[in-house]
Write a protein that binds this ligand. Sequence first.
Ligand code: SF4
Length: 349
Amino acid sequence: MERVNTKRINLGKNTIIGGQNKVLIQSMCNIKTSFSTKIIDQINECAHYGADLMRVSILDDKDLDSIKEIMDSIEIPLVADIHYNYHFAIDAINKGVNKIRINPGNLNNLNEYLEILNAAKKHNTAIRIGVNAGSLKNDNKLKVSDLLVNKALEYLHFAEEHDFYNLVLSLKTSNPLETIEAYTKISNLVNYPLHIGLTESGFDEIGIIRSIATLSPLLLKGIGDTIRISLTSDPIKEIMTCKRLLHDIGLYKNYPTLISCPTCGRTEVNIKPLAKKVLNYLEDNSINLKVAVMGCPVNGIGEGKDADIGLAGGKEKYLLFKKGQLIKTVDEENAFNALVSEINSMIKN
Ligand code: SF4
């Protein structure tokens, strides 16, 4: 897939955002930043599951005080998220964060914004200008997407006029269509890397569906250098959702594909627990295979023939198959172990 060739921004810790680099996955810690041990554990766990960078909120001096310890204990770039208080932004930059996220519209005036730009220039720190629909003034004459684009351009041009170019942009709303429109417009106007995502998307399937409805059309047009899927949930869930989305549209290679049938009147066993167990195993062990878990022995092998390997569940026996060919039959209690053993021999060869 051809991607928009944006400017490359160095985030430190061997991470580049933009250009033809991979789409970076990110999330945000949901623990107060001053609880540094917990934050470090969460960031390292997120990195283990595939986060390329992580963001933390800076709300007070205690949060600022923990930045150095956090920076020293993690391998991926740290982004500090600051609203309203420009001193916090400058302090976070001075303490060495790799990027800050601000919405200049939340500051008191442009002088405060300029002071942040000057500090970031001195430390070579990247800034994400994050404009959200919630911070815009109502204007019945303009569409939300145009308001977002105009605001982002205003802050971007101000930075450029002051010789600052180390920028990433985001323009978020909680409405998929407005968000798609805003990112499509800004992508045609500037070549800075774009952090794409939907804000306040909701929980579980609601948030996942809404986010994917927004991000997929953009990513398929080559728009987006880093993604966050904001869910009312755990950051690990956000990261896993990002990975699955990127994998399914061909932007994340080293990841398993699990297929399982929808089940029907021919279904003889409950395949959902088995399918979940198989997916967890594949993900935990980073096994890049296509694996099928099907609900009946009659059609299961045929419908799962595109998979590298699979199981078709039956009342009497489970059928273990590879590329549509039966390998052997196994009892239900041995089905998972038989599949795993065959997978392990495949990846060794
Ligand atoms: S594999 Fe079998 S149980 Fe699953 S949908 Fe097809 S026919 Fe139905």
